[in-house]
Design a binder for this molecule. Sequence first.
Ligand code: THU
Length: 134
Amino acid sequence: MDALFEEAQQAAAYAYAPYSQFRVGAALLAEDGSIYRGCNVENRSFGLTLCAERSAVVQGVSRGRRTFIALAVATPDSVSPVGPCGACRQVLSEFMAPQGRVRFGGSGDERVDTTIGQLYPYDSLHDLADREKS
Ligand code: THU
C-alpha cells in the first residue's frame, strides 16, 4: 500500500483543478499487478467534473481490467485524509470486492486504511452486478 500511495501522490500532480484548487490523485491495483492512475479533471460546468478515483477506473477498464484489489487516494491540498466521494464509492464497488483495500491520506502523516466494504456497506445492487458477470 505504501508504493500504491506514492503512485497516487504522483498522479495528483496531473490534476486539472482550476476551480477548486484541490488536487486529487488515485492509483488502482489490478489483480494482475498492473497499476492505473487517475486525477481529478474539472470542468467549468461544475457537474461534469470527474473525480480522480473514477478517472483511474476508466483508465484500467479501458485497458481490459475488470477487477481491482486495492486503491490509494492522495489529497496533497488537505493536511488530513479525504476519502472517496459517494459517487466514487458506488463506481468502485462495481470493480472491487468488499474486502478490497483502500488507503487515503493528505499532506500530513495520517493515513486511513480501510476497505470498499466499509466505505460502501449494504450495497443494494450487488446481486445485480453478480448476475451481469455470470
Ligand atoms: N474529488 C476527487 O477527485 N475525489 C474525491 O474523492 C473527492 C473530490 C475532486 C472533485 C473536485 O475536482 C475536487 O476534488 C473538489 O471537490
